[in-house]
Design a protein around this ligand. Sequence first.
Ligand SMILES: C[C@H](O)[C@H](O)[C@@H](O)C(O)C(=O)O
Ligand SMILES: [Mg+2]
Length: 391
Amino acid sequence: MSQRTIREVRAYTVRGKGADYHDQEGAHWIDDHIATPMAVYPEYRQSRRSFGLDVLGTLVVEVEADDGTVGFAVTTAGEIGAWIVEKHLARFLEGRAVTDLERIWDQMYRSTLFYGRRGVVLNVISGVDLALYDLLGRLRQEPVYALLGGPVRDELQFYATGARPDRAKELGFLGGKMPLHHAPGEGVEGFRKNLDALADMRGRVGEDFWLMLDCWMSLDVDYATRFVHAAAEHGLKWLEEALIPDDYWGYAQLKRQAPPGVLISTGEHEATRWGFRQLLETGVDIIQPDVNWCGGITELIKISALADAHGALVVPHGSSVYSYHFVVTRTNSPFAEFLMMHETAEEVVPMFSPLLLGEPVPVDGRLRVPETPGFGVELNPEVPRERPYTH
Ligand SMILES: C[C@H](O)[C@H](O)[C@@H](O)C(O)C(=O)O
Ligand SMILES: [Mg+2]
């Protein structure tokens, strides 16, 4: 490949499903009275959309090389993300070599420190970084996993996240992770209902199937400690994201107080090597960076190495093909998450459906990552998109 440069960067928005998988319409298990940090306010307990979980929508970043080859990626950042790409970040890419991944990442990060560091800005940086990897793969005619050192295993194995771990077992997954439904504000009755739901599912799936609970930042240390001890009796494999992401001290305390045998996991709302350094120092067992949000693959490489040195597993949150190409290259990521986006979590559907064409899904809980160049997916031309800003 002769030295290619980047000709143009473009940002588009898409509404409904796609990379913002919380942007669903109608009844869906992912918005059915799930415990959240907003559950301290009773009026926001039933629906996460009621407090705006779906406000961002999907961002599509396209990066075009000087020979017309286009790489792209999708993430959760919507119109605000499109503005950041077009009005701020494009300057660090256009005219640069397509191989300048480290310098471009570093300039995007340093130049946004005064309003960035985490959250939506890191979602956007991730989207740009992933689009660059996609472009590089397409230009070299190689899958992204080959750019990352090649696979360490022939296929991925998945656990499923959704309301129906019993169905996940029938579909061949390693385990099932359910949302916790009741937050501390729902009192003793809520605590009991949370435990009953776990006990009931344990009864349905039998003794050996992995069962995990996702608390989506809703608990406090006292509740989480009491709950994880009670849940250990029902063979809980891990308790996920029990506390708000900023409470590193709480995670350290929870890890110290948790019973041996139940793992403590977190990190889907954490970003960058510095955020994960703080998290790893708490002693948590599994970190769950989302490659669409934590800084992209350029940053996930660093986060993963840091986790390996701390003896922690890296099991990335969701993010479909963007995770699969990474997970298959790392021994400290022995399995992956599959988020069940089917309304009742009874069937396997592509996570970002209908936005991507060629998005692979696990069969019998397993997947051989396709060898197609880049991330191996295309944008579905039938999904309407808009370019709200230009530069
Ligand atoms: C099911 C959870 O509440 C979230 O919607 C999901 O994104 C998540 O936290 C996960 O781990 O998949
Ligand atoms: Mg989670």
